[in-house]
Write a protein that binds this ligand. Structure first.
Ligand SMILES: [Zn+2]
Length: 596
């Protein structure tokens, strides 16, 4: 979606010299060599000896562990960042691949430490954990022990780790390569999947319909092969879970997300019981587009043809002001990203698409990658990534291990910052057409992050369960289960003709089973905090910043308590969904008022 319009972001390039001077900086090799040498020494010193450590010695060992990890994460992050801005230059890709292999080898070396700690009897571990010398590491150590009932012996774990590369890892890579090789023929033009999907955002319905039909046609031929790969990954996961003794297909993911099967079930229950919200929205959207009913390819159609571009400097002011209004401290941290050249702004050839924030880089501030196009979506994306950045800066003093968050809380600051910025944009807008357009964009993002992800989770749940109970699934069966779950989501608000094979273009299902619900978890959690801020104002600012400062050093439940929320109470999800319902009320009211 490159744009030729100038936004002033063209010269906004990040300065990576805070990490390394360049690709050939000798410090890169020096840091990697040091990490390798220290990892070998660490293994020699602690392998087989973890059970005998007292609390201060254990604290010392984890500090050393963190230092070794940090020494490798730094060059690895640098490699990812230089690669992201120019993916066509072979030297950059080669560095990413080489350091990725080094990181895997290092992990295999250091794996024993967590295993030996988890193998300790509860009584011995509890005695150590109550020692003040381990205050800083308590949460990390407790998290590692949650896997205790599901761990294998060290030689078995080593086999599993190494075999993953040629097993599920290889299968999911094949899946991605198959998707990458897909060619969609639209009006005689051969496109890969991403640009073909981009046509679903086109204002012209015929363009969208043609693209959707072409995508359906392109997904057909390789379906049998992709089904085989998916079935194999389902089987592989069921074997892992059986050997480790996980009660359900999603349990291992929930544990890694630092949540429980019950909390995730409550989230799913709350979301699926409000499918009326997306259905209401899609009926409104049909009305705004002048259609009787939306087809699946109409969901992303723009409802207004507002082509005003916001220059980079103006976007910067909007976002920095939104954060500053909330808190001076937050505003000045966000401003540093601009002043310190920590952002790569423009769309450029061979640059990675989308946006991200490298949030936790040991010893260095975060970096943000944007593809700024000047539309309003782009401003909110900037606010989103800078939320991650704020989170990273505030949590950094805790060190690499304690500042890293699980998926479930990783989106807290980003979604919150987006909400602050959205409210500011809305407040500045008097024109009812544009207000409606803003609200529609906001609601569509919320639907994509919550309802859509939960419906995909229901599909995953169905295929994993059926694979375990009845064996391999036929391609037609994947399609049936997909359409069933999608129909429950959309009701009669969206037509699904031709949508049957579309489950097979989503790489999350094969690359990271169970991943998708965390988007909904994080989004609704953050929205619940934002609702509290709207109600209580100033009094929430301190606790909220404290929550960010705590990074990943506590459980999501404990973090929620800092801002007065109870994550074990299912009504927390309903509150976030209610906020969405209110935005929908307002959008419907505006549509009536404008007689659309
Ligand atoms: Zn994010």
């Amino acid at each position: 979606m490159a744009t030729t319009e100038l936004t002033g972001a063209e010269d906004v390039a990040w300065d990576l010299t805070d990490l390394y001077a360049g690709l050939d900086d000798p410090r890169i090799e020096a840091d990697v060599a040091e990490a390798e040498k220290d990892a070998a020494a660490f293994r020699a010193r602690y392998h087989g000896a973890v059970a005998g450590l007292d609390a201060p010695a254990l604290a010392g060992a984890i500090e050393e562990y963190e230092r070794i990890e940090s020494a490798l994460v730094r060059p690895l992050t640098f490699a990812h960042l230089v690669f992201a801005t120019n993916m066509a230059e072979p030297a950059r890709g080669a560095l990413v691949a080489r350091l990725g292999e080094k990181a895997a080898a290092l992990d295999t070396q250091l794996l024993f430490f967590g295993l030996e700690w988890a193998a300790l009897e509860d009584a011995a571990a509890d005695a150590l954990l109550s020692d003040p010398a381990l205050d800083h590491w308590r949460h990390h150590l407790q998290s590692l022990r949650k896997f205790r009932p599901f761990l294998l012996s060290e030689p078995e774990e080593q086999i599993v780790t190494e075999k993953t590369v040629s097993g599920s890892g290889a299968w999911s890579r094949l899946y991605e390569e198959l998707l990458g090789a897909l060619r969609v023929t639209v009006d005689g033009e051969e496109l890969s999947l991403e640009p073909a999907m981009a046509k679903l955002y086109d204002p012209d319905r015929e363009t969208r319909r043609t693209a959707a039909e072409a995508i359906t046609a392109a997904l057909g031929p390789g379906l049998r092969t992709r089904t085989f790969v998916f079935n194999t990954i389902l089987l592989d996961k069921s074997i892992d879970d059986r050997l480790r003794g996980y009660p359900t297909w999603i349990s291992s993911r929930n544990l890694a997300n630092e949540t429980t099967d019950e909390a995730v079930e409550a989230l799913i229950e709350a979301t699926t019981s409000r499918y009326d919200l997306p259905q209401r929205y899609y009926r409104l959207k049909a009305r705004l587009l002048g259609l009787d009913q939306l087809e699946h390819y109409d969901r992303f159609a723009p409802i207004a043809s507002d082509a005003t571009l916001t220059p980079w400097d103006e976007a910067r002011d909007v976002v920095v002001d939104a954060y500053s209004d909330f808190s001076d401290e937050a505003g000045s941290i966000v401003a540093r990203f601009f002043d310190g050249n920590w952002i790569d702004g423009p769309v450029r050839p061979d640059k990675r698409t989308g946006a991200f924030c490298a949030t936790t880089i040991p010893g260095v501030h975060p970096y943000v990658l944007m593809n700024y196009t000047g539309d309003r979506r782009s401003i909110l994306t900037l606010a989103h990534e800078l939320g991650h950045g704020l989170h990273g800066v505030l949590a950094q003093p805790l060190g690499y291990i304690n500042s890293s968050t699980p998926l479930t809380t990783a989106e807290t600051a980003s979604v919150f910052g987006e909400a602050l910025t959205f409210e500011r944009l809305l407040a500045q807008e008097d024109d009812p057409h544009r207000r409606l357009d803003l609200l529609a964009g906001r609601i569509e993002d919320a639907i994509a992050t919550t309802f859509r992800q939960i419906a995909m989770n229901r599909f995953e749940d169905a295929v994993h369960t059926e694979r375990r109970e009845r064996g391999e699934l036929a391609p037609e069966r994947f399609g049936e289960l997909w359409i069933e779950r999608q129909s429950t989501l959309f009701g009669d608000s969206v037509g699904l003709d031709g949508y049957t094979p579309w489950w097979s273009y989503i790489p999350h299902f094969t690359g990271a089973p169970g991943y998708v619900y965390a988007y909904a978890f994080g989004y609704l959690f953050s929205l619940a905090i934002y609702r509290r801020y709207v109600l209580e104002g100033e009094a929430m600012v301190g606790p909220y910043l404290d929550l960010l400062r705590a990074g990943g050093s506590r459980t999501p439940e404990d973090l929620a308590r800092i801002v007065g929320l109870d994550l074990t109470d299912p009504s927390i999800w309903a509150s976030g969904l209610e906020a969405l319902g209110e935005e929908l009320d307002e959008a419907e009211r505006l549509a009536d008022e404008l007689d659309l």
